[in-house]
Design a protein around this ligand. Structure first.
Ligand SMILES: Nc1ncnc2c1ncn2[C@@H]1O[C@H](COP(=O)(O)OP(=O)(O)O)[C@@H](O)[C@H]1O
Ligand SMILES: [Mg+2]
Length: 139
């Protein structure tokens, strides 16, 4: 058993008729350092998002520490993801930080709320929603 096991993992985005990630099989051991390298658009971020649980796996199986996680919420996977462009705005609450990119894209407020609600729920951030990033322990 490896720490992370991809077994024929596929990702087909809605509206597409071909796999963006196609039958991907890889075993990663605990403490092993792995880098995905490839041209823009080849599916690196999609693969990472499937490990984190932000993206639905549409084929195959993904195991973390021996447990199949295809249908396990991100907050219950025991892993985290650090983004390349790391930026948290200290003067904004957690919910405003999460929604900031969408606001910048001029997405309507009701849609932003829907997406932020979803993200907060799957990440288990409900109790931090109105806190600011450095506001720990709670004031
Ligand atoms: N949410 C999405 N919906 C539909 N297609 C997407 C989505 N995200 C990425 N893609 C497409 O999937 C392919 C792989 O994208 P991505 O995983 O971001 O590649 P990489 O990180 O290797 O540059 C690209 O063709 C991209 O346009
Ligand atoms: Mg990428």
């Amino acid at each position: 058993m490896s720490f992370i096991e991809f077994k024929n993992v596929c990702k087909m985005y809605p509206g597409s008729n071909k796999n963006t990630v196609d039958n991907f099989t890889l075993n990663i051991e605990e403490k092993e350092f792995i880098a995905f390298v490839g041209p823009s658009g080849c599916g690196k971020s999609t693969t990472l998002r499937m490990i984190a649980g932000f993206e639905e796996i549409t084929g195959g199986e993904l195991y973390i520490d021996g447990k199949k996680v295809n249908d396990v919420a991100p907050r219950d996977r025991g892993i985290s993801m650090v983004f390349q462009n790391y930026a948290l705005y200290p003067h904004m609450t957690v919910e405003k930080n999460i929604g900031y990119g969408l606001k910048n894209m001029k997405m309507p407020a009701d849609q932003i709320k829907q997406k932020v609600d979803w993200a907060i729920k799957i990440l288990g951030l409900e109790e931090y929603r109105y806190r600011k990033p450095n506001n720990y322990p709670p004031a």
